[in-house]
Design a protein around this ligand. Structure first.
Ligand SMILES: Cc1ncc(COP(=O)(O)O)c(C=O)c1O
Length: 361
């Protein structure tokens, strides 16, 4: 059968998202997909082991109520923001949360607005739902674009801190975008636990803002898939109407609850990532040929003199079993993105980087 004849018209030329490589064999220094280089806190692993009992035969709580309560009382309480579990939605990773928002709002032909460069999934989701990608180039040095947002469109997506540039945008710019944009503004805060700033307090001032959070990065749970949205209760209730009934599995809920209960230790350990980020930046900035952009995330973006140097560095490191991220997109062709690893991984990376630069560039 020619299945292509049957698929939805707008998907005939659809190109799937290409995730960063996930080698199946060990022995790689993996600095390409912004995972946390440290395992989850040992207490989280104990809670997971204890939970893997008779409970597995039952369906999970479709609305993850305990997890939402913990997140409200133990996490959101540190911010001057919304104060009810009805303001919180739980999904199978941030990607699922984003897809629920697309499922809710985007019909073929709708405009979806986001910045360039930013997270590649925004393009994939827009195309999946038949929307039009309206990419707004970031300003000088990847700053917030200087324009107003009275443009038509149902969704405006701002990633802060922004992947792959690394920097957070300021709340005043985001607030004025929310005030002038006629649709829903998603602020994807997947990396916000590595930054000093968050838009969570803005939720008390504007009602068209959705903030998304992930457990993949700061909580080291990328493989369990857990993400959240925090927004106006009416919007969360609509999201719950269209999500799949059991979108978040039981083990992910258990791990999420445990992460929140141990967040102080987790964040203490993440300070290593912040100090290693500083060290990587200082070491790499010593080379005349490259410059490192400021970062509020668990990765850094490095600029080379030209595209071929950036690509060659990526390829030569890969030959030495070190993975970083190279993007062929024109706005990023001179750059590579490097996730901050453990001290040992970063030492290995820095030493191989130095040899490659010396020999080839
Ligand atoms: C900006 C951004 N948003 C969302 C995600 C996906 O997060 P999750 O693992 O929670 O689906 C990523 C993953 O790298 C990301 O970089």
């Amino acid at each position: 059968m020619d299945f292509k004849k049957l698929i939805r018209t707008h998907l005939k030329d659809f190109e799937a998202y290409v995730p960063g490589e996930q080698p199946t064999e060990g022995g790689w220094v993996k600095l390409n997909t912004n995972e946390n280089p440290y395992p989850p806190n040992p207490e989280i692993l104990t809670d997971l082991k204890n939970a893997a009992d008779d409970r597995l035969k039952l369906y999970p709580d479709p609305f993850a109520r305990v997890l939402r309560e913990k997140f409200l009382n133990l996490y959101l309480k540190d911010f001057d923001t919304v104060d009810h579990i009805d303001n919180i939605f739980v999904g199978n990773g941030t990607d699922d949360v984003l897809e629920v928002l697309f499922k809710l709002f985007i019909e073929p032909g709708d405009d979806v607005i986001f910045f360039d460069p930013s997270y590649g999934m925004y393009i994939t989701l827009t195309e999946l739902y038949g929307g039009n990608c309206v990419e707004i180039p970031l300003g000088e040095n990847f700053s917030f674009p200087e324009r107003n947002f009275e443009i038509k469109g149902k969704l405006l997506i701002i990633n802060s801190p922004n992947n792959p540039t690394g920097q957070s945008f300021d709340n005043d710019s985001i607030q004025s975008a929310c005030e002038s944009f006629p649709g829903v503004v998603i602020v994807d805060e997947t990396y916000a636990d590595f930054s000093d700033t968050s838009v969570l307090p803005l939720l008390k001032q504007v009602d068209n803002l959705v903030v998304t959070r992930s457990f993949s990065k700061s909580f080291s749970l990328a493989s369990l898939r857990l993400g959240l949205a925090i927004a106006d209760k009416n919007l969360i209730s609509l999201m719950n109407r269209v999500k799949l009934p059991y979108n978040v599995n039981y083990m992910a809920q258990v791990a999420g609850i445990s992460c929140i209960e141990h967040k102080e230790e987790v964040f203490e350990n993440n300070k290593n990532i912040l100090s290693e980020r500083k060290r990587l930046k200082e070491q790499l900035n010593k080379y005349d040929e490259i410059s490192v952009l400021p970062s509020d995330s668990n990765f850094i973006l490095v600029k080379f003199e030209n595209e071929s140097c950036a690509k060659l560095m990526f390829e030569k490191l890969k030959e030495r079993r070190i993975l970083i991220r190279y993007f062929s997109k024109p706005s990023l062709a001179q750059f590579v993105r490097i996730s901050v690893g453990t001290e040992k991984q970063n030492d290995k990376f820095l030493s191989e980087f130095d040899k490659i630069l010396d020999k080839n560039l």
